[in-house]
Ligand binder design. Sequence first.
Ligand code: 5GP
Ligand code: ZN
Length: 111
Amino acid sequence: MDCIFCKIVNGEIPSSKVYEDDKVYAFNDINPQSDRHILVIPKEHICCANRIDETNSSLVAHIFEVIPKIAAQEGLEFYRIINNCGEKAGQTVMHLHFHILSGENLGERLV
Ligand code: 5GP
Ligand code: ZN
């Protein structure tokens, strides 16, 4: 499958790893939008939030268990979690991912 995040998971494309376990991979965004910008993805290919269902939602629950661990590991006291679902919402990589944004330059605006 021609998916850049699957290629990152299997090491075909290099990345700056932040966290990894058997189900989840997290790495620094190549084009950070804040002081710290980390992407958290399931290793399994799920195209977007619209494809979360009862067969794979435990993976998403696991991601949200991992996020506080990443925050503690990276010393992030505050952060924003973002998911873009669909091209018109700004999703450019069709592999489910959650952005963790942190840093003093975080604004209050959601959009
Ligand atoms: P989206 O716009 O789909 O919500 O977010 C995709 C994110 O993936 C963007 O923030 C973009 O900078 C990041 N990204 C795209 N290609 C790569 C890559 O090859 N390596 C890394 N580390 N990040 C990438
Ligand atoms: Zn993928």
